[in-house]
Ligand binder design. Structure first.
Ligand SMILES: Cc1cc2nc3c(=O)[nH]c(=O)nc-3n(C[C@H](O)[C@H](O)[C@H](O)COP(=O)(O)O)c2cc1C
Ligand code: SF4
Ligand code: SF4
Length: 439
């Protein structure tokens, strides 16, 4: 049986499935139930500095985008950091670490961008026995207006500075949680590394308005008639998170920096995808809020079964395995060609592929042949874009078949398995003939 245990930048856990800093990790009651359900670790709901806690709105703080079956595809919130007193949280963290010594307890922190504020809180967190800290440079609402959260995460110099303070004033591993509300995620990740971060985690939530009530002309959720942007998470953000994770994993400046992947993870497969792109652990928030703590059990058994089937005995056997296969567009092989192929036995003649290809792609699918309704790919026109396969309601009915040692009837060009990328292409005015392709 595969071994799911992890040692993530010095933090040990029986499995890589951690709950992200959010309502599921708000208090001892939740953490106790989460650990009983099987979660390998938690990142405690973000703590702020000593003093009167922050105040949340007393009304709807969540917004949702439902899919056609009312499943939640995106989730959005305007919640702030913990609104419970610091001392209460610290006592509960101490108690939970005593009760669950084998689980990872990381404490998320957000205090003002002043060295004294960090110097004050770090020893108190360390005294709880917590395994590490996560710096919340990500929350995009409320706290950012007070100069914290994403207001720090968007300025690499601040990220580096605060990370360095934390490494100077504490012995705990420091994970820097990044905001996706930035154009180049590599910059804050590099800054975190320069500041001495032991790891980065991403993504926090994305600035968003989930909808507008057209009767009242108010975006949702609203508080007494006024709305503000919230932070979006859930399944819809997973592709954005995967890309940002991959960017950090493959950048020479940050390659090898441990990454905890977050964003839309609901199943073991989602988790495995983040791991394949370089994540040593994953964190989950929305899925736990929607389906409850027990989802971790499917994640554990599913990942074990996957690893057994593939012959991976430990998590590190496949962490980052897909990273070498991520490249820049300019290095893609322009000599490679595929054609769509319709399985006539599976086709239900709905016509969606024809409409999509006819109206918005390359007019490469028939709808009538000899007066009969018939859907077939016209190879002379097909560019292999896979729009038809994407819209077809029948799984595997349309496959994309690579051409092998044959003439592409659209271009008249022989497809012989050779490699030619844009940097070498004759149509590229600045192609350097001798430039070697990237791996
Ligand atoms: C209601 C809510 C509150 C959150 N509060 C925090 C927080 O206090 N600190 C933090 O770092 N992230 C917070 N997050 C962000 C999550 O930790 C996580 O980064 C994000 O939700 C993406 O993961 P998901 O798609 O699994 O939800 C919060 C998210 C939600 C939905
Ligand atoms: S792959 Fe693209 S071009 Fe080819 S048939 Fe399908 S939609 Fe049309
Ligand atoms: S979309 Fe799929 S099922 Fe519908 S006509 Fe095209 S191939 Fe057949």
């Amino acid at each position: 049986m595969a071994d799911l245990s992890v040692n993530f930048c010095g933090i040990k856990a029986p499995n890589p499935f951690w709950l992200a800093s959010a309502p599921p990790t708000d208090k001892a009651y939740n953490i106790e139930r989460a650990f009983r359900a099987g979660w390998g670790g938690v990142v405690w709901k973000t703590l702020g500095e000593e003093g009167p806690p922050v105040v949340n709105v007393s009304g709807p703080r969540y917004g949702v985008v439902h899919g056609a079956d009312r499943r939640i595809t995106a989730f959005n919130n305007i919640e702030l950091i913990t609104d419970r007193p610091l001392e209460v949280n610290l006592q509960e963290i101490t108690e939970m670490k005593r009760r669950w010594p084998d689980r990872a307890i990381v404490v998320s922190l957000m205090v003002p961008c002043e060295e004294e504020a960090w110097k004050k809180i770090l020893p108190r967190v360390e005294a709880t026995g917590a395994d590490g800290i996560e710096l919340n440079f990500g929350c995009p609402h409320g706290m950012s207006e007070r100069g914290m959260g994403s207001a720090v995460g968007q300025v690499p110099e601040y990220v580096e500075m605060v990370t360095r303070w934390c490494k100077t004033h504490s012995r705990m591993p420091v994970i820097v949680k990044l905001t996706p509300n930035i154009s180049d995620i590599r910059k804050p990740a590099e800054a975190a590394k320069r500041g001495g971060a032991d790891a980065v985690s991403l993504i926090n939530t994305i600035n968003s308005i989930v909808g507008v009530d057209l009767e009242r002309m108010i975006p949702s959720p609203h508080t007494d008639g006024k709305a503000t942007h919230g932070g979006m998470c859930g399944p819809a953000v997973k592709p954005i998170a995967l890309n940002m994770v991959a960017e950090i994993a493959r950048s020479p400046a940050t390659h090898g920096l441990p990454i905890s992947g977050i964003g839309g993870i609901e199943t073991w497969r989602d988790a495995a995808e983040f791991m394949a792109l370089g994540c040593g652990t994953v964190q989950v928030c929305t899925a736990a809020m929607v389906y409850g703590f027990k989802i971790v059990q499917e994640m554990i058994t599913g990942l074990e079964a996957f690893m057994d089937e593939k012959g991976y005995s430990k998590i590190s056997d496949f962490v980052g395995a897909a990273v070498p296969n991520v490249t820049d567009w300019q290095y893609l092989n322009l000599n490679y060609a595929v054609k769509a192929k319709i399985d006539q036995d599976l086709c239900i003649k709905c016509g969606r592929c024809h409409v999509a290809c006819e109206d918005t792609s390359h007019q490469a699918i028939t709808h009538l042949v000899n007066g009969e309704r018939h859907f077939e790919v016209i190879e002379e026109e097909c560019v292999g874009c896979n729009l038809c396969a994407s819209v077809c309601p029948i799984e595997n009915c349309i496959s994309m078949e690579p051409l092998v040692n044959e003439i592409d009837r659209r271009t008249g060009r022989m497809v012989d398995g050779s490699y030619l990328n844009w940097t070498q292409h004759p149509n590229n005015p600045s192609a350097a003939k001798k430039l070697q392709p990237a791996e």
